[in-house]
Design a protein around this ligand. Structure first.
Ligand SMILES: NC(=O)c1ccc[n+]([C@@H]2O[C@H](COP(=O)([O-])OP(=O)(O)OC[C@H]3O[C@@H](n4cnc5c(N)ncnc54)[C@H](OP(=O)(O)O)[C@@H]3O)[C@@H](O)[C@H]2O)c1
Length: 286
């Protein structure tokens, strides 16, 4: 049996829907039903339901991915470090496979393709507390479960449904768009990757789960226009991050990430530009 934690969230909901479509037996456990911060209760839940795999898509994602105030920092620490560490400890004791959702936004920039071997360059404890927590959790989960964990990094998730957290919706909402090349992850492909790690035995460790290739956010606007979808404003495009910040725009994340380690497990990952075009073609505004 599979246990999914975080299925009330953007990513977790998609995973639960796909597991249901694939007719997999799974248990969803929102935190209001069981206090899974309590190791005793978590262990009982695992044992009484014969759980062999846990998918952890819980997490606290603060606005703009920055936890600036004290409350946000505390929740970021609890949700993104303390809980995954405790979960890994319990999985280790009970020999449960753990698939933990992480964030490739720990990297910044497109001067190279970042691999799983690279040290993150966007995890400063003061400047990027959310990413700092996500990376620290990766190291702790790996230490507890050296042979039974899969850390899957998602980046700028997008889909064909208009949602606050969908990259496509976010871009359309902006007036000014940074056009630096970047990687991103189609949500359906991320969920397929989760199922791939549920169904097959792979080498434990961290995997970058992004679509192949890279794109510029301007593609999103162009494709909307090309498909005669309503785009009711003029956008300004910036190809230089400093100019973009000078006009008071918030940091717009971009980085190019290598997915070869994932592809080498036999997983097929579509090209990101094709994935974006396909999502926009079938985009649902409501
Ligand atoms: N969104 C992105 O752009 C993005 C990109 C890459 C990776 N990720 C990672 O993907 C995971 C899910 O993100 P999401 O965008 O789906 O987030 P989300 O929509 O905010 O959902 C978060 C989920 O985690 C639960 N949760 C929130 N605070 C918690 C806490 N303190 N303790 C335990 N559970 C808590 C929520 O449960 P309740 O309903 O009970 O609040 C919800 O089920 C996170 O680990 C995030 O770091 C997200």
């Amino acid at each position: 049996m599979i246990l999914i934690l975080g299925s009330t969230g953007y990513i977790g909901w998609n995973i639960a829907s796909e597991l249901a479509k694939a007719r997999k037996s799974f248990l969803e456990m929102p935190r209001w039903r069981v206090d899974y911060y309590d190791s005793e209760k978590l262990s009982q839940l695992i044992l009484s339901n014969n759980i062999k795999t846990i998918i952890n898509s819980t997490g606290f994602v603060p606005d703009s991915f920055c936890a600036k105030n004290k409350e946000d920092k505390e929740e970021c620490y609890t949700a993104n470090i303390e809980f995954p560490t405790n979960l890994a400890r319990v999985c280790c004791l009970l020999n449960v496979k753990l698939i933990h959702v992480s964030d490739a936004g720990i990297f910044n920039g497109n001067q190279k393709l970042y691999t799983e071997e690279d040290h993150p360059n966007r995890c400063d404890e003061d400047l990027n507390y959310y990413y700092f927590c996500k990376y620290l959790a990766e190291t702790r989960v790996s230490a507890f479960l050296p042979s039974n964990h899969y850390i899957l990094r998602c980046y700028l998730p997008f889909s064909n449904e208009h949602k606050e957290k969908n990259l496509i919706s976010k871009v359309l909402k902006q007036d000014s768009i940074l056009t630096c090349n970047t990687s991103a992850t189609r949500l359906d492909d991320f969920t397929r990757a989760i199922l791939h790690f549920v169904n097959t035995e792979q080498q434990a460790g961290v995997y970058n789960v992004v679509n192949s290739g890279f794109f510029s956010r301007s593609l999103i606007v162009e494709e909307f226009k090309r498909n005669n979808k309503e785009v009711d404003k003029q956008y300004s495009f910036y190809d230089n991050e400093n100019d973009f910040k000078m006009i008071g725009q918030k940091d717009s994340s971009y980085c190019t990430i290598d997915n070869k380690k994932l592809i080498d497990t036999g997983f097929e990952m579509p090209d990101v530009q094709d994935a974006i075009k396909s999502c926009i073609k079938s985009f649902k505004m409501t």
